[in-house]
Design a protein around this ligand. Sequence first.
Ligand SMILES: [Mn+2]
Length: 373
Amino acid sequence: MRRRPERLNRFLSVLGAYSHPLILTHNNPDPDAIASAWGMKKLLENNGWNEVTLGYSGLLGRAENRALVKALSEPFIRLEDLEGQSGGEPDGRRLSTRPMPLDAYDGLVIVDGQPGAGNISLPASIPVAAVLDHHPRLQNLSADFIDVRPAFGACTALVYEYFKQCDLEPDKITATAFYYAIRTETQELGREADYRDRWLFRHLAHRVDWILLHSIAHAPVPRSYYATFKIALERARLYRDAIFADAGELPIPDASAEIADWLLRLDEVKWALCCGTYRGRLLFSLRSLVIDARCGAIAVRIVENWGLAGGHGSMAGGQIKLAPSGYNRNTALAELERRYLAVMGYSGETPVEDPFAIVPGELSRRKFGADLA
Ligand SMILES: [Mn+2]
C-alpha cells in the first residue's frame, strides 16, 4: 500500500481526537466555501467519521448558492438557528437532518476562512481543531492543525488535494460542486488561479453534470436582484479609472460583490468599489484589474481604525458597524468614499456623476462593444 502523505496523515491523526467535528465556513458562504465544506464532509466520512455536520453564519443569499446547496441535498445548518438567536433573516430552508445542539460538537474544522478574520463568526464554546484556507495567513492564527496556502485560487482545490491523497474521486454531484466553485472563485481560471486549480478544473470536467451545473449557475432571481443593480448604476460615480457605487439597502450581503465584479467590466475602469447597507452595517467589495493590485491590503487601509476588511490580490471586502461608530448611512457612505479616494490617491478629483445616464437620442449612436486596443 502507498504511504499516506505526511500532511494528510497529520490531519487525520489530529482530527482523530475529535469525534464530533463541526465544519464551518466563512459567513454568507460562497460557492468555494460551500464546496470546500462539502468536500471536507465527504473526506471525513470516508475516513470513519459518521454524519459530519456543516455549518455557517449569516445568509445563503445568492440564488446560485442556494441552488448549489439544494443540489447537495441541503447539508448546511445555520448556527443562529442552533443557538436560537436571530442573527439574520431566516432563510426559509428546511433542514434535511436534525442538527445536534451546539455543545454536542467538540471541534471546529474551518474551511475557506480563518478564526480572527472579520468575515467569520465562531461559536466560542468549541475549540478550533483545524483550519484549511487559501486567504493570506493571519497573525496569531492558532489551531491544532493549520494548512493555509494562499497560492491556491480556490480553497476547493486545496481540499481536493486531501481527497486525491485518500484515493477518493468525487461523485457526479460533488464534481459539479467543485467545478462550479473553481469556476466562480477564479472567474473561469482567469483570476488568482494556479496550476492546481487549472488541473483540477480540467480533471473534473469529465464528471460534471452539465444540466445540474446550468440550473445552479442560472438559478432564477427575484426583482430585488435587478433593483439593486439599478440603484448601483444610478448612484455610481466615476473617478478616472475608479468607480464607486452605492447599491442602497442590500437584499443579501453578497450583492455588493456581484455588482463590483460586474462594474469592473466597464472599459474605463480598473478599480470598482460597490457598497451597501445590510442589518446595521455598511458592506463593501473592492475589485481590481491591475496586476499585483493588493486589494486586501487596500481594503484594510480603507477601514483603518473604523471597520474590518480582508481579501486577496484582486478582490477584497470589508464592513463597518454603523451605530457604535457614530455614523449613519449617509455619513458612513461619504466617509467610505473619502477614504477610498484617499487611499487611491484620487482625493480632490471631480467625479463623473451618473455615468450611465440615458441621453435621449444619443443611445442609438453609441457603440456596445468596447474598441479593442
Ligand atoms: Mn475561497
